[in-house]
Ligand binder design. Structure first.
Ligand code: ADP
Ligand code: MG
Length: 339
């Protein structure tokens, strides 16, 4: 008797959702990354009850062609890569084609989008992975995605959701990182109608730092810049007299993506060595640019971790550039001149 069979698409999507959609903040991150990939200059996010009741992301990007709307919700459906070679040259935030089918499998989703300025758009409703409505509608160019009642059909997952405040904290954190990574895009975040974040999108990273951490933090920042044949580093680091009690204000960005790297964090802390009180951490926004072939982003489903090809060189450059910025401030005693 045959015992092995391929799972149907619906169950496969629910399983994938377990990895991609951990909590409301994962939905916000995936939808905003799609909006960024679509070339948007304005992205408005509004959530209700920590995102558990609803998440709305509205952008002014390229929109989705009417004929592509249903396909966008298929597993492994993507417009961003075409062949295996592209996988080693990734320049977009998304490429797995997993977010939309995963989100739609565990929530009630409505999509309204238009890919031209003539006002002709398309609206789709999907509930628990099943298409319930699909019709032409009037819409300005861009996309609006609303995700309601996340995990309504996966009670085990819903049970693990924390308080509204905790879920909102994760959402704000994700929004802050994306805003810091994209100063050229205007972001807003609203929770139950209250505005929590507004960035201008004028390309000024210091303005974003002020919007996220406050103006006094922005005033304590020093610019950094370095280049070698492989890497380009830019951003801001805080003077050692402006510290925080945890690492959360360290944001490292690779290819427009916020990433976590113990190696980078260690290099940063080496640069501040002896300058910070014990158990205090700096505020830092570091943007690392490199050829896409020097970094592998295909390591982790949420793409939080990446792999660099020339790690020691990168870490050394990071340490040096920060140290130099701090030295320039005369905060570190300079070594005696050699004679
Ligand atoms: P991925 O981002 O990995 O390609 P997704 O499931 O997130 O996969 O999205 C599937 C496709 O839907 C994308 O490749 C893109 O073509 C389209 N799409 C999704 N969101 C948007 C958006 N906000 N604007 C334009 N196109 C979008
Ligand atoms: Mg995506």
């Amino acid at each position: 008797m045959v015992k092995i069979h391929v799972l149907d698409e619906h169950i496969a999507n629910q399983i994938a959702a377990g990895e991609v959609v951990e909590r409301p903040a994962s939905v916000v991150k995936e939808l905003v990354e799609n909006a960024i990939d679509a070339g948007s200059t304005r992205i408005e996010v509004a959530v209700e009850e920590g995102g558990l009741q609803s998440i709305r992301v509205k952008d002014n990007g390229s929109g989705i062609e009417p004929e592509d709307c249903e396909t966008a919700f298929y597993r492994h459906a993507t417009s961003k890569i075409g062949n295996g070679r592209d996988l080693f040259q990734i320049t977009s935030l998304g490429f797995r084609g997993e977010a939309l089918p995963s989100i739609a499998a565990v929530a009630k989703v409505s999509l309204t989008t238009a890919s031209s300025d003539d006002g002709r758009g398309r609206r789709l409703e999907i509930e628990g992975g099943k298409l319930t409505a699909s019709e032409d509608t009037a819409h300005g160019r861009g996309t609006e995605m609303t995700v309601r009642e996340l995990f309504y059909n996966t009670p085990a997952r819903l049970k693990y959701m924390k308080s509204i405040q905790t879920e909102l904290g994760h959402i704000s954190d994700a929004m802050y990182r994306m805003a810091l990574a994209h100063p050229g895009i205007s972001f807003t975040l609203q929770h139950n109608g209250n505005q929590l974040l507004h960035t201008l999108g004028n390309g000024d990273l210091l303005q974003v730092i002020a919007a996220v951490y406050g103006t006094s933090a922005a005033k304590a920042m020093l610019p950094v810049h370095a280049e070698d044949p492989d890497y380009r580093i830019s951003g801001y680091v805080s003077r050692p007299d402006w510290t925080r009690s945890n690492r959360n204000a360290i944001t490292t960005i690779v290819g427009g993506r916020y990433i976590r790297s113990n190696g980078l964090n260690a290099a940063i802390m080496r640069a501040y060595h002896t300058l910070l009180p014990i158990n205090r951490y700096p505020l830092l926004v570091l943007k690392l640019d490199m050829h896409p072939s020097l970094v592998d982003v295909n390591v982790h489903p949420a793409k939080l971790e990446v792999r660099f090809s020339k790690e020691p060189e990168l870490y050394q450059l990071v340490e040096q550039v920060i140290r130099k910025a701090l030295l320039g401030e005369n905060l570190i005693p300079r070594p005696g001149r050699e004679t």
